[in-house]
Design a protein around this ligand. Structure first.
Ligand SMILES: [Mn+2]
Length: 281
């Protein structure tokens, strides 16, 4: 089983750092794209260097987090700069051998914007991105966004698992599947039966974000904090045949770079604890 952590440009192109990360027990990364550097002229050199560094460190780039629109926008509120950034992220993913590119959905359900319309529009957008992804040799996974308890007026389209899967079904490709965020699920006030929801989504899950919280905010804590009850939900995903990377999407931006290795060791150990607890590996 590959273990990965979401990392961003702070350490992504630092070979010594990647070697330390590997030594701490990780063999893959989830790269959170520097939303902006893909629009700069030096991007091709950076991508080539990243490829070289990852190979030398013996690390796979299993997934990326694509640049995304603000989740509060409706799916027809597009702009050329973001479309170009998304396109370039998919092309970069192809060059780095990335298996799954994770994207957020667009659209909140209200009196004007029905679920049916939002689903249709997201599928339309996704098909356009998928064409670019397949040409580049990669694939896309659509993430679940929670219906947050502190802003209940916003019901995001993938807060309802049936809507989420309907977008996937409408796109209708093995290269357009689901990224499951366990921390988001814990926050989702529209999700009354968490285990049943994971069971419903499990066969579509190709990448996941494991992160934790105490049910009040989207903290992105490491699993040694927060109270996500992982045992049955993780088991459900693996029992459905999940064979991707065990990915932690943990907020480490405020950890000083020279202290990160201690965190990596702890997180690697926590993944071992979780899979042992869930009895999946
Ligand atoms: Mn996530």
């Amino acid at each position: 089983m590959k273990k990965s952590l979401s990392i961003n440009d702070r350490v992504f192109n630092n070979l010594d750092h990647l070697k330390g990360y590997k030594a701490a027990g990780f063999d893959a990364i989830d790269y959170t794209c520097g939303w902006g550097h893909l629009l700069r002229d030096d991007r091709e050199e950076k991508i080539a260097k990243a490829k070289e560094n990852l190979a030398e460190a013996g690390i796979e780039c299993y997934s990326i987090h694509m640049p995304c629109y603000n989740i509060f926008l409706q799916p027809d509120e597009l702009n050329d700069a973001k479309e170009e950034e998304i396109k370039r992220s998919l092309e970069m993913a192809g060059k780095l051998g990335v298996k799954w590119c994770v994207m957020h959905p667009m659209g909140t359900i209200d009196d004007v914007h029905t679920a049916k319309w939002i689903i249709e529009k997201n599928a339309e957008n996704a098909k356009r991105y998928l064409e670019i992804a397949e040409k580049a040799g990669t694939a896309i996974a659509l993430e679940n966004v929670p219906h947050f308890g502190d802003c209940p007026q916003y019901v995001f389209i993938t807060s309802i698992v049936e809507n989420h899967l309907e977008i996937v079904e409408k796109v209708g490709s093995p290269n357009f599947q689901v990224c499951w965020d366990f921390g988001h699920q814990q926050l989702n006030i529209s999700d009354a039966d968490k285990l049943q929801t994971v069971k419903t989504a499990a066969k579509y899950i190709r990448a996941f974000h494991f992160q934790s919280n105490y049910g009040n905010m989207d903290w992105h804590f490491a699993p040694c904090f927060g109270n996500v009850d992982w045992k049955d939900i993780v088991k459900t995903v693996y029992d459905a045949g999940y064979n991707g990377s065990f990915n932690l999407e943990v907020d480490i931006d405020r950890v000083p770079v020279d202290c990160l290795f201690e965190h990596y060791k702890l997180y690697s150990r926590m993944i071992d604890e979780i899979v042992k607890d869930a009895g999946v590996c």
